[in-house]
Design a protein around this ligand. Sequence first.
Ligand SMILES: [Zn+2]
Ligand SMILES: [Zn+2]
Length: 254
Amino acid sequence: MRLTTLGTGTASPSTRVNAGHLVEAGAVTLLLDCGSGVAHRMGTIGADWRGITHLAITHFHPDHTLDLTTLMFAWKYGALPPRAAPLTILGPAGISRLIEQLVAIYGETVRAPGFPVTVRELAPGERADLGDGVTLEAHKVPHTAESVAYSVERGGARLVYTGDTGFDTAVAEWARACDVLLAECSLPEQLAVASHLTPSQVGVMAEVADPARLVLTHFYPPVLEEDILGIISLRYSGDVVLAADGWTTEIEER
Ligand SMILES: [Zn+2]
Ligand SMILES: [Zn+2]
């Protein structure tokens, strides 16, 4: 299983684009979130945007969803020959309605781009079989009403992506002993809010989850002024990576 962090930024414009991460596992190419700039980032780093088989959305904030339309237009008009392979879009309850609303604005291309599109709503606790041994499971997180984290598994390898979340040890328990915990790390302590994580909160959650590796993403610029690694090391002694757009790692299957 290979993870590539495509967009490690937030709603705050910077050199990092909005949220999006690519998981390549067997025959499955899964895009987790697709905020603004993610489609373009795939182009700049040479990622296989044409080969995406599944798109999973954690919640409906624009910095996680805006490139859904961009990608549909890319597959219809930006790929020669146009895409024919089917696509499955997964998300919390409401993802179908979101797509209907995008159709009302941008037209039928969003729902019927010339290749088969299946939309599947995944309830928290539900697990989807994506094919070729890959499963996707959702877990409720405290951010917006619909927000979920995702666990992607294949061949014993397990990646957990928090999406956007507030502090919650239940999410950490659910992620326990995963290979990679891809966690949001939005804000410094002095700007803490209930719907996002600070480095010290990530540290506590990583202590509970005890992943083989902690990979951080979703940085508002002020948090990068902090000694993130130093703060986290007070609670978690494993390998910590501050991800950048285009950073990639192999997660070994067993
Ligand atoms: Zn959000
Ligand atoms: Zn966000």
